[in-house]
Design a protein around this ligand. Structure first.
Ligand SMILES: C[S@@+](CC[C@H](N)C(=O)[O-])C[C@H]1O[C@@H](n2cnc3c(N)ncnc32)[C@H](O)[C@@H]1O
Length: 256
């Protein structure tokens, strides 16, 4: 992804989000932390598919400001470790939630082999160029038989509009190939609808957006981030890009 867009969208806005939660109250933290990719139905699907519970060791790679993991901690009692390359995102996680966040790229994770029961990677794959490197690294840190849960934005054949900077959406068949080549066995691949979000969740997200707009509406970094968000929401609402939920398990043995 272009360095500047990455820094604004996943860095500056992450910090602003934590500021907004300070002002609105902690009950806004999970929704604010899920801006963009997560909603309860999607996260519940991932948690159930991956068999998450209080004793599960979970790493959330590309966790952003941590809404997905914080939701899993609150709902399923898991204690996740969060990873994101953006310092501001990791700082915001620590401000908004009592969770540990490690600043690292998903392609070079600072963990030993076979360390985790479950790896999550939610809304990240399309922002990464070296997708097969990332997937192999996710596999490395997962124990044999452990679960990979992902939400992936995929390109539909109708895709023709401008895509937000730095996004390279795989087609569904490319995604299946990448998962297989990285040494996972695909268990489930389903579409996640975009219109299955509870009203209370949507209202909280709107309050966060209104406050961010009020505080930063004339800042060119906010305007640039909004431009990206507008492009993404157009792609989703016109089904040029759709969301896939993936559950795969780490195959036993080495990958060629
Ligand atoms: C669309 S956000 C999704 C954030 C979060 N998973 C969520 O669902 O709200 C994409 C995240 O991927 C992170 N990211 C970008 N490149 C990455 C990489 N190479 N390795 C790990 N994370 C990356 C970004 O910093 C950003 O936080």
């Amino acid at each position: 992804m272009g360095e500047e867009e990455l820094a604004v969208e996943f860095g500056t806005v992450a910090e602003w989000t934590a500021d907004a939660v300070d002002e609105l109250g902690p009950e806004y933290a999970i929704v604010a932390g899920c801006r963009g990719s997560g909603d309860p139905a999607l996260l519940d699907w991932l948690a159930k598919a991956c068999g998450i519970g209080p004793g599960t060791s979970l790493v959330d790679v590309g966790a952003g400001v941590g809404g997905a993991s914080a939701w899993a901690a609150q709902t399923y009692g898991v204690r996740p470790v969060l990873v994101d390359p953006m310092n501001e995102a990791c700082r915001s996680v620590r401000r908004m939630f009592e969770l540990s966040a490690v600043c690292a790229a998903g392609e070079r994770l600072p963990f030993v082999d076979d360390q985790f029961d479950v790896v999550w990677c939610v809304g990240v794959l399309c922002t990464v160029h070296e997708k097969s490197v990332l997937l192999r690294e996710l596999r490395r840190v997962l124990r044999p038989g452990g679960s990979l849960g992902m939400m992936v934005l995929v390109a539909e054949p109708s895709l023709h509009s401008d895509v937000p900077h730095g996004n390279e959406f795989p087609r569904e068949d490319e995604l299946v190939g990448l998962i297989d080549d990285a040494g996972f066995v695909l268990r489930e691949l389903v579409e996640a609808p975009i219109d299955n979000v509870p009203t209370e969740w949507t209202q909280q997200a709107e309050h966060v957006d209104e406050l961010l707009e009020k505080l930063h509406g004339s800042d060119e970094r906010w305007l640039a981030a909004q431009e990206q968000a507008k492009k993404m929401s157009h792609l989703l609402s016109t089904r040029q890009v759709t969301r896939r939920l993936v559950h795969a398990v780490k195959s036993v043995g080495a990958v060629s």
